[in-house]
Design a protein around this ligand. Sequence first.
Ligand code: NI
Ligand code: MN
Length: 226
Amino acid sequence: MPVLIHFIGHSCFFIENENAGILIDPFISQNQKAVFKINPAQIKDIILTHGHGDHMGDAIPLAAKTGARITAVFELADFCSNQGASVNSVSLGGNVKLNGASVKLLPAFHSSSVTGGKYAGMPAAALISIGNLKIYHAGDTCLHSEMKTAAEVYKPDVVMLPIGSTYTMDIDDAVIAAEWLNAPVVIPMHYNTFPAIEADVQDFKDKIEKIGKKCFIMNPGESIRI
Ligand code: NI
Ligand code: MN
């Protein structure tokens, strides 16, 4: 059963197969570069890595429109629940059943607040199990050695890594992250959305290929089948 990965822009992906429809970090209406071609009826679950506006995005209105449940760490889930969303409230390490898939939130080194500065709990990476695939979305993070643990224990097949620097790791650290996570397929994210995170994505791709991995540079609106 093939899995489709759609890149919507920034750190937002829609991952689906015939049973699952998972939207991650839906920063869409406020991102002029986002390309959203997903039928909202296909969205069954929403995962938030943390509360910052460029990740939380349209989660609340999309949850209201689709009935999709938001999975997030306790404090952020609580905030979403107070906004009327149905939620899976979890902490790092818990394995959460989604529609046709599951997710485990893992450590990311960053911060997390919602608009207005209210603390939103631990930031997270998301390890999604869908069909036979394990997909690791790093969230916003610096390079950290928990990635070695994630590789050893969970053996991800696909990793999405931020490369834009300033708020996350830069290209060279993301190449090390790709080595540590040890997945055959790497997808860059969180770059070129605004000036502070401009990055030479071709340079990243060249460096990833040099360490023997596949790098898919996805433009907003593009999809790959894995
Ligand atoms: Ni952030
Ligand atoms: Mn961000």
